[in-house]
Structure formats: C-alpha cells, structure tokens
Design a protein around this ligand. Structure first.
Ligand SMILES: [Zn+2]
Length: 109
C-alpha cells in the first residue's frame, strides 16, 4: 500500500479534507462518510431500507442526538491501512480502509 493520508482536517462545518501521499486532495461530507460506513450494523440498515416496501409509511421519532447535524468527532488510524471514524452521535464501529476513502468523496478544487 503506497497510498496513505498525509493530512486530515475539518475544512467546513460539515466536511472533511484528506491530503493523500500522491498529492491528491479529496473532500468528504460527513453525511457521505456515514452513508458509506462499512460496519455490519450500517450495512444491515442500508439493506433493510432498500427492502422496505414503499407503502409501509412510518414516522420515526428521532432521538435528540439524531436531530443534531452529524459531525465527525474523531478519526483514529487502524494499522496502516484504514481509519476508524467516530461520529458525533457516538457511532465508532466503522473502519474505513484507505481504498474506500479513495473511492468516495470528491477531488478538492
Ligand atoms: Zn456504521
């Protein structure tokens, strides 16, 4: 693995920027990171949402934490291949491999 982040920083209230070892700079909306959270719980939830029949309308009551804008609270390196992303609602079981981080987000101008 020759590609790795050289810098991580919050650049907007809702956006993370990663500088990569090859010079590429990518930006990630916090919500996008959460949508791609690779942990089993989130994958299961996404699958469930996709299978939900359209006619079964339901109103979810949000907990106070869920009504706050989601933020990235911390990122911790996992070995030399991934980062654990800690979200502001306390969710921290997603391990984002560098490969995934290179696929999502968008190049910064
Ligand atoms: Zn997750």
């Amino acid at each position: 693995m020759s590609l790795y982040p050289t810098d991580l920083q919050i650049v907007e209230p809702n956006e993370l920027q990663i500088d990569w070892s090859d010079g590429q700079v990518r930006r990630y909306l916090f919500s996008e990171l959460r949508e791609h959270c690779p942990c089993a719980t989130c994958r299961e939830k996404r699958r469930g949402d996709a299978e939900e029949p359209a006619q079964s309308l339901q109103l979810n009551i949000l907990s106070p934490a869920e009504t706050q804008p989601l933020r990235v609270a911390a990122m911790k390196p996992v070995g030399n291949y991934a980062y654990t992303v800690v979200f502001s609602d306390g969710h921290d079981s997603g391990i984002f491999p560098f490969e995934l981080l290179r696929e999502i987000g968008r190049p910064a101008e």
